[in-house]
Write a protein that binds this ligand. Structure first.
Ligand SMILES: [Zn+2]
Length: 485
């Protein structure tokens, strides 16, 4: 194969990066790359196993001589990548190799995502497995699948024969930061079966518009307006003064996005339509003023509409409105250990109406499982009071911050020795595979980090090659220190 990357170190890891870049590896299409990594390990004479259902690969490498009795170290990353390309790029992610090039010290792929997320980890692990000149404890390299579509591979990894005490996840840049915690998740699928009746009275249509939305991990503490909650407040306000029947209710499209828009059609007693519009407009103006500093574009389109055919019963309508009005949303608890870290939050992300009734999704994120369960319980209690169902669900585990982490302390010290700079410890309210592995192996001491790479999940994705080399050196220094301590 003709290699593009020349004159950069570590040359072997970069060569492996190019080799996996030639193998299509979008999520759910990991078979070929998993087989490639497995064969690579077998050719080296290493103990390896491949999961032929989910395409996770685990490779064990014995310690360097004299370090056999040191605690094992897991290195971990994911095989799959996000497949995004620019309009007009003819790339076929099912069969074409990525077209790599270097510009100003940055590695990129022409017109497509680069897959440094998380090919960087795969390349590092392959180099660690192949080299004979390193000092390290026993290594357990875990290559997972389907990370980008919900951490699905990690959930399936068999850890029963793994013995690591430490874990290095290499999926979290930029250089100079170390991740110390992540959130898990719990999806609540909420539904209310309703009794339909013939519609009557004045029909009013309401549309909440103009909100900014955002990712429910990164933006939940930015006081963005949630369009479904705003609609709940408006309907509740009208309902305090007159009978309200819901004809339809909808909003949002993704469980992990803060909803920007919401629509409702309601009926109110004949002759009360204008009054309902006045109340709704007043509440929308109030909410807009409250959000002025964070999400002040909110506006309401509200008008009398043609007669509806059917409406939900008064009792069902009332229960749905009360639920949306009362359900907890946004930040639930903040950390007092990590400044600015949201520990637990919920996002009422989607509302839809069909023949059976109204359906809602609420996504709880939490790094702390008991706080997550408490919030889950609160919302379930509320639902029960209002005769609303929430389907049973399995939580996705989070990774709770631990004040005492010998691995993190060592890693931060080595970074300072290497660069003269202080490493910054950060916690994310997003999800990482670390949470799942911590749940499977509760004694693991974990860090997550990575080289500087920008534009992940977009065709602008790039990997800083100088940072790739420094991060490699930091990994080697960490393994050596763990072998010698
Ligand atoms: Zn990733």
């Amino acid at each position: 194969m003709e290699y593009v990357i020349k004159g950069y170190e570590p040359a072997d890891a970069l060569r492996y990066f190019e080799e996996i870049s030639a193998i299509p590896r979008g999520s759910k299409n990991e078979q070929a790359v998993a087989q490639y990594v497995y064969d690579f390990a077998k050719d080296l004479g290493l103990e390896a196993r491949i999961d032929t259902t989910y395409w996770n690969v685990v490779v064990k490498k014995p310690a360097s001589p004299g370090c056999e009795d040191k605690p094992a170290v897991m290195i971990q990353g994911h095989l799959d990548m996000v497949c995004e390309k620019n309009a007009g790029t003819a790339h076929d992610f099912e069969k074409d190799p990525l077209d790599l090039y270097i510009e100003d010290g940055l590695l990129k792929a022409r017109g497509t995502t680069l897959g440094a997320d998380n090919g960087q980890a795969v390349a590092y692990m392959m180099a660690l497995l192949a080299r004979n000149d390193l000092v390290h404890p026993p290594l357990e390299c875990v290559f997972t699948s389907m990370e980008e579509i919900g951490l699905l591979g990690a959930l399936q990894v068999d850890t029963s024969d793994l013995h690591s005490k430490y874990m290095l996840n290499v999926d979290c840049g930029p250089e100079g930061t170390v991740f110390v915690s992540c959130a898990g998740g719990l999806l609540q699928e909420i539904s209310k079966k309703v009794r339909w009746e013939k519609a009557g009275g004045d029909t009013v249509s309401l549309q909440v518009r103009g909100l900014l939305g955002g990712h429910s991990a990164a933006m939940i503490d930015h006081e963005m307006g949630n369009s479904i909650k705003v609609m709940g407040r408006i309907l509740h306000g009208i309902q305090k003064q007159m009978e309200v029947h819901i004809v339809s209710l909808s909003g949002g499209s993704k469980m992990n996005a803060i909803p920007r828009e919401s629509d409702a059609v309601i009926t109110v007693p004949a002759g009360q339509g204008d009054k309902a519009i006045e109340i709704a407009s007043h509440i929308a103006a109030t909410a807009k003023a409250e959000l002025a500093a964070s999400d002040g574009g909110l506006y309401l389109q509200c008008e009398k509409a043609g007669a509806a055919e059917r409406q939900m019963s008064l009792a069902d309508s009332r229960q749905i409105i009360e639920f949306i009005f009362l359900v907890k949303n946004g930040v639930y608890t903040m950390s007092m250990e990590m400044p600015g870290l949201v520990v637990c939050s919920s996002n009422l992300g989607v509302a839809t109406t069909d023949d059976t009734g109204v359906h809602l999704t609420d996504f709880i994120r939490s790094s702390d499982p008991t706080i997550r369960d408490h919030l889950d319980d609160e919302i379930r209690s509320l639902a029960q009071l209002l005769d609303i169902e929430i389907a049973p669900a399995d939580p996705m585990p989070g990774w709770k911050y631990e004040a005492e982490s010998p691995l993190r302390q060592l890693f931060m010290k080595l970074y300072k020795e290497q660069t003269g700079k202080e490493m910054v410890a950060v916690a994310t309210h997003g999800g990482l595979e670390c949470g799942i592995l911590k749940d499977k192996m509760p004694d693991l001491d974990i860090i997550a980090f990575g080289p500087t790479a920008d534009g992940a999940h977009t065709p602008d994705e790039s990997l800083d090659l100088a940072s790739f080399e420094r991060t490699w050196n930091l990994i080697l220094a960490t393994l050596k220190a763990l072998a010698e301590q």
